[in-house]
Ligand binder design. Structure first.
Ligand SMILES: [Mn+2]
Length: 362
């Protein structure tokens, strides 16, 4: 990947038409995803670190501990300041924001931190920057798309390799450990989210946490997993049948569920495109599942068709019953499923780059 992240372009997007003149991003023990978006950093912890930004420049207030890590990857328009005291913090913030309006990410910053900041910004007015930041991140640039493609490629390859490790008696926890090892071997830089591995009836629980359930023959194996690559997430689901016994009714029932979900996913892909409404795509897929096979799966698609993906695995507004206009350059998941309590379920999930006319899987 030759191109680095386009930080100038990102600042432009965040500040165009905004009511704030600068923003303060403040990490806690966790990083605000917008910190990663505006710095492009792929290394370092940066606990409690403060990032100041206006439409042209960035200032990072960090400690000696991570000063060198910051300098080593700072974009051209970032000043990195090594902070020695509370007084340094106060003065740097005051100087940077001046008397203009200050944007804060209300969706992330803890109340106590916000209260503390208020004391440091004098008469400046505080404005919620959450929506503006989320909107800026919706349309991915080339660097972001390439990073997500790579995350998907690593995940897809690992999902192909994992079936070699399906064996009678292996537990969900063991299969998860194996999968995450393979993901790392294939170049994954971390997990996009906590892996879901479900066997048999557990596959009916979309957010099942892997436990000591052992794999049996002629059963569903569902993996919902994703690698992180240069801060960007992949999110994919595959459903397999382990050691199928094709003569059984159970197998036929499982196969019919899988076929229906795969068909539903194709319909989803055909409806996800520039200008389309995400909720309309969701409703069409839900309608197809509700009517399939004489209505035997009615009401068994119990989540939304998809969600946006980026630095966060659930980024911005999803493809739910809430209207959301899809636009070229967004990345969304296409993940229908059917869930039968006590029996099992299937889900197939791929990540779609929204395009004009038609979209494609990353
Ligand atoms: Mn997903």
């Amino acid at each position: 990947m030759k191109n680095g992240p386009d930080i100038d372009g990102r600042l432009k997007k965040v500040f165009s038409g905004s009511k704030f003149d600068s923003i303060i991003i403040m990490n806690t023990k966790e990083k605000d995803s917008n910190f990663l978006y505006l710095t492009g950093f792929t290394s370092g912890v940066f606990e409690d670190t403060i990032l100041l930004a206006d439409k042209k420049r960035l200032m990072l207030l960090t400690s000696e501990l991570e000063y060198d890590t910051a300098i080593g990857q700072a974009p051209h328009n970032m000043e990195v300041k090594c902070i020695k005291s509370e007084k340094d913090v106060k003065e740097s913030i005051k100087d940077f924001v001046g008397s203009g309006n200050v944007g804060l990410n209300y969706g992330f910053i803890p109340y106590s931190y916000a209260e503390m900041l208020k004391k440091n910004i004098g008469e400046s007015k505080i404005i919620d920057a959450e929506t503006k930041l989320a909107e800026a991140r919706e349309i991915k640039d080339i660097f972001e798309i390439e990073s997500m493609k790579k995350a998907v490629e690593i995940t897809k390859r690992s999902l192909t390799e994992i079936s070699d490790y399906f064996k009678k008696g292996i537990t969900e926890k063991q299969l998860r450990a194996r999968f995450e090892f393979i993901l790392g071997e294939n170049g994954g830089e971390g997990l996009a989210f906590e892996s879901i591995v479900s066997f048999g009836a557990n596959a009916a629980l979309p957010h099942h946490t892997p436990d000591d359930t052992k794999l049996k023959e002629n059963e569903f194996v569902l993996l919902d997993v994703g690698a992180r690559y240069r801060n960007y997430c992949a999110d994919m689901t595959r459903t397999f049948i382990y050691a199928p016994d094709k003569k059984t009714m159970k197998y036929k029932r499982m196969e019919a569920i899988i076929d229906t979900v795969k068909e539903a996913q194709k319909i989803g892909l055909s409806r996800i495109k520039d200008g389309a409404d995400g909720s309309a795509a969701h409703m069409e897929v839900a309608d197809f599942i509700n009517k399939a096979k004489g209505g035997i799966y009615k009401g068994r698609f119990i989540h939304s068709l998809g969600h946006q993906i980026g630095i966060d695995v659930h980024d911005g507004v999803g493809l739910t019953t809430i209207s959301k206009k899809l636009r070229s350059g967004m990345v969304v998941s296409d993940e229908p499923g059917i869930y039968i309590t006590g029996f099992g379920g299937a889900r197939f999930e791929d990540d779609v780059l929204v395009g004009k006319g038609h979209s494609k899987f990353l």
